[in-house]
Design a protein around this ligand. Structure first.
Ligand code: SF4
Length: 391
């Protein structure tokens, strides 16, 4: 291949092409003005705050808890600079930052190797540019690469294990710090207080680089840039210029299977309808978010002949001992009989007990206990439909 037109490729350029070629064309080739929605802008504001908060700890060579007051001051500054508005979104940011400061605990500046670290990776004829949110020193052989996420949904295990972003970050970390033998890859899910972690084998890293080079060549040689409708269209910063999205909001499928004996046609329409449904649900959530924000300030809204209200649902948990005592008196049945009829052990609570036991008992004993419990458990099977894109 001759020297590429864009020998410098940013990671965001590649992923934009991968996720939707039309969005890539609108953004980089047609240079349409991007109009990021509130979730994207909010994410950038939180990233900017965390970057400065942790950088200051490092630059001032501090060891101790991060300052919540400083986090909030930086947030107010970044919020005003962006021009964001909405008390509900503002409060979400406050919660995220307070939780972050609490979860970080004591931060030793020597444990933070880098913040917003730029990297340039040679990949075939390209140089891939990117930034890693944070790199932590773990021990003399190990670093932890951290990417902050403000997503509402956590990733599936598949998404974490196949993330191209994390593969590139690991390659970058190994080149930036050649002494590193192990790299922990962490998505820090800020809304959930969760760390979703993964790792890569050398083969996976080599595959990722080959894929990045192929993607780079595709961006250079593509003649067509089809719209690729997906559940994230609702956040796309070019959705206002996208005909496919406008049509999707009307819920109109292009492919309608006329003959249900043609299973290929059935599957094609099913996939298209599933995509449309995701887009429509995402749009419904977005619109409901606006209405809910107004319902925080008033009891109800009546719009277009529809009444909107927020209400609380409630559920009851009955304490075992008191409930059995009352039932034993009333029915005359034994406690054991009643226990069999009305009680089951909550799986989450059981898991928590086992996890706590794992800290005091040795592993084989806990494994044996788990096996014994599973043997006593009854299993319910519920048929579920499963679909996943292949190749
Ligand atoms: S709205 Fe969806 S299909 Fe349209 S450009 Fe954006 S990502 Fe692509």
């Amino acid at each position: 291949m001759t020297t590429p037109r864009n020998s410098h490729l940013s990671y965001s350029r590649l992923t934009r092409f991968e996720q939707c070629p039309l969005s890539y064309k609108l953004h980089y080739l047609d240079k349409q003005q991007a109009e990021p929605g509130i979730p994207l802008r909010f994410g950038k504001v939180i990233h900017a705050v965390l970057e400065r908060l942790v950088s200051e700890q490092v630059l001032d060579e501090l060891t101790g808890p991060l300052s919540e007051d400083r986090a909030i001051a930086l947030y107010r500054e970044a919020w005003a600079a962006d021009g964001l508005s909405g008390i509900d979104v503002f409060e979400e940011g406050l919660h995220i930052l307070r939780d972050f400061v609490r979860e970080e605990g004591v931060v030793d500046h020597r444990d933070v190797l880098a913040v917003e670290k730029e990297f340039r990776l040679s990949v075939g004829p390209f140089t891939v540019l990117g930034f890693i949110d944070r790199v932590n020193w773990v021990d003399d052989e190990t670093v932890e690469v951290v990417d902050y996420k403000t997503n509402r949904q956590i990733f599936t295990r598949d998404e974490v294990d196949s993330s191209l972003q994390m593969s590139l970050y690991e390659v970058a970390a190994r080149r930036l710090w050649p002494w590193v033998k192990n790299v922990k890859l962490t998505f820090r899910m800020l809304r959930h207080g969760l760390r979703q972690q993964t790792s890569r084998t050398p083969e996976q890293l080599a595959d990722a680089l080959a894929y990045v080079e192929t993607l780079g060549i595709q961006t250079e040689t593509a003649k067509e840039f089809p719209a690729r409708l997906n559940a994230n269209c609702v956040y796309c910063d070019h959705r206002m210029h996208c005909k496919a999205y406008a049509e999707a909001l009307q819920g109109r499928p292009h492919l309608v299977c006329e003959d249900t004996r043609d299973l290929e046609a059935v599957a094609r329409e099913r996939e298209q309808v599933a995509r449309l449904a995701k887009i429509l649900y995402a749009r419904k959530d977005e619109l409901e978010g606006v209405l809910k924000a107004h319902l925080r300030e008033r009891d109800e809204l009546v719009l277009g002949g529809v009444r909107y209200r927020m209400f609380n649902t409630s559920s009851h948990d009955y304490p075992v001992d008191a409930t059995l005592a009352l039932l034993t008196d009333a029915t005359g049945q034994s406690r054991e009989e009643l226990l069999d009829k009305v009680a089951v052990v909550d799986k989450k609570a059981l898991d928590a007990v086992l996890k706590a036991l794992g800290k005091t008992l040795d592993k084989p004993r806990v494994a044996l206990l788990k096996a014994e419990l599973e043997a006593k458990a009854s299993t319910r099977h519920t048929p579920r439909f499963w679909a996943k894109e292949v190749g």
